[in-house]
Ligand binder design. Structure first.
Ligand SMILES: [Zn+2]
Length: 476
């Protein structure tokens, strides 16, 4: 009897195994892969901070001024994240999101030149200029919920299983410089645009109280910031205002969206540290320049460290809204250092031409230029779930996407050029969830259809949109 029971048991197991292998012609290869993939129990939150650098963070961490970053580091791993030259943010953030280098993902700068009749007129890069899949496409295809907000080159927002708030919903400095705000495709789903628009912080009525808590501007400087109607390249007061208002908008939107539920994979991008570091670094590190007025440095040099404290406090808000199973990755696309060059005086009437130029202080000469420049080492801080405490490792931008997929339990494509950062993952996790490999997702996930759906969103009818999503496998 016992032998027979064993045989029946073996037969049942054999049938079950065969059942798994039954070819279901009505499923696409992607759907078959998705059904065969057991995801991990962890969610992932990627917090992207443009230009964050340990060169600024370390002294602040020592002084206890970044408690939320400190707790993550204490619980997990930190390392310099190696960037790639030339360091243009849209290129680097696309590398982070795709695991591909610029020659493959196709985003090679801030603008593209598409119109042969106007060869000098650039358009701000967008999702249609990206040639390869991003982690939000891949996770969606496995029907994981995703939410990305403010990522460089994410307009028009691609359809995902969740939400995307593109980098064109707010009035950012780059939107103003190249391409302007857009009226369609700013979010996915399109209806989010109306829901989130009330949260936009208008750069023409900036939260001066918040800004003044970070830096003690004189009344003339405050007026220079408040009145600026567009960001003037290298002019700290105007670019910082536009970037800060854009970041504050996106911060509020992220908290609003997370309050409705935490997707499996979230990416929140914080932009303001970059323009603050570009334009206020000579006050932060006056010794690296030939002559900086020490009193101006003492007063204006607080903005750089206070921006880090601001981001630390906001990180604390984000962490309150994610559950215990969340792996947090704080990443930056590059670091910062002194350029050694001070902003140079330029005639104000050449910089400001609108009604803002009427203000008395906008006359004469105004200093413009970038005293801070990108440094090759960004930051990676990881904690939660299978992240080991105090692991030592070397990491680069290309490694983020494959590592995120591995933490989620999704197959890692070998056409991603980086590697899974296994040194920072618990061996028990790796044993239970061995890294699965696949050649590529590019043929499995129809990127053309995604882009077609991105264009249809906001214009096409609901039925048409649903049909496109069905064809992508997001819904059935
Ligand atoms: Zn920059």
């Amino acid at each position: 009897m016992r032998a027979r029971a064993v045989r029946v048991g073996a037969l049942a197991i054999g049938l079950a195994a065969a059942g798994l292998a039954v070819w279901k012609p009505w499923l696409t290869p992607l759907q078959r892969l998705a059904r065969a993939t057991a995801r991990s129990p962890f969610k992932v939150l990627v917090v992207g901070i443009d230009g964050a650098s340990f060169r600024v963070m370390d002294p602040l961490l020592r002084d206890g001024r970044l408690p939320n970053f400190a707790r993550l580091i204490e619980r997990g791993t930190r390392t310099a994240l190696r960037s790639e030259n030339p360091m243009a943010s849209p290129v680097l953030w696309t590398t982070i999101a795709t695991g591909q280098s610029r020659k493959d993902h196709g985003i090679e700068g801030f603008v593209v030149y598409k119109d042969p009749r106007k060869p000098k007129r650039g358009t701000l890069v967008g999702s249609e200029d990206r040639r390869t899949l991003a982690i939000w496409n891949i996770a969606s295809a496995f029907r994981l919920q995703v939410g990305f907000l403010g990522w460089w080159a994410s307009w028009p927002a691609e359809p995902v299983n969740g939400w995307i708030v593109s980098d064109r919903l707010t009035s950012d400095r780059w939107n103003v410089w190249a391409g302007g705000r857009k009226t369609t495709g700013r979010t996915y789903p399109d209806a989010l645009t109306a829901e989130l628009s009330p949260l936009i912080v208008d750069p023409m009525s900036p939260p001066m109280d918040e800004i003044l808590r970070m830096v003690a501007l004189t009344s003339d400087e405050q007026a220079e910031m408040r009145l600026a109607e567009r960001p003037v390249f290298g002019h700290g007061f105007s670019v910082v205002k536009f970037a800060y208002c854009s970041q504050r908008s996106q911060e509020k939107m992220a908290l609003h969206l997370l309050a409705k539920g935490q997707p499996d994979l979230v990416g929140i991008f914080l932009v303001a540290n970059d323009p603050v570091s570009h334009t206020f670094w000579h006050y932060y590190e006056p010794g690296a320049y030939p002559a900086v007025d020490p009193r101006a440095a003492a007063r204006l040099g607080t903005l750089v460290p206070h921006m880090y404290e601001h981001n630390d406090a906001y990180l604390g808000e984000l962490l309150k809204r994610v559950d215990e199973s969340t792996v947090v990755l704080v990443v930056s696309d590059h670091g910062f250092e002194a350029s050694g060059q001070l902003p140079a005086p330029k005639p104000a009437e050449k910089l400001f031409t609108g009604p803002e130029a009427e203000a008395a202080h906008m006359r004469g000469e105004i200093a413009v230029g970038q005293s801070g420049k990108h440094h090759i080492e960004g930051v990676l801080i990881a904690a939660g779930g299978p992240i080991r405490r105090g692991a030592t490792l070397q990491a680069g931008l290309l490694d983020i996407a494959p590592t995120v997929l591995a933490i989620l339990g999704l197959p890692v494509p070998t056409d991603m050029e980086g590697r899974v950062l296994e040194e920072m993952l618990d061996p028990g996790f790796l044993a239970a969830h061995p890294v699965k490999r696949i050649d590529s997702y590019e043929r499995l996930i129809d990127r053309k259809a995604i882009l077609a759906a991105a264009r249809a969103d906001g214009e096409g009818g609901d039925e048409e949109k649903q049909e496109l999503l069905r064809s992508l496998g997001y819904i059935q």
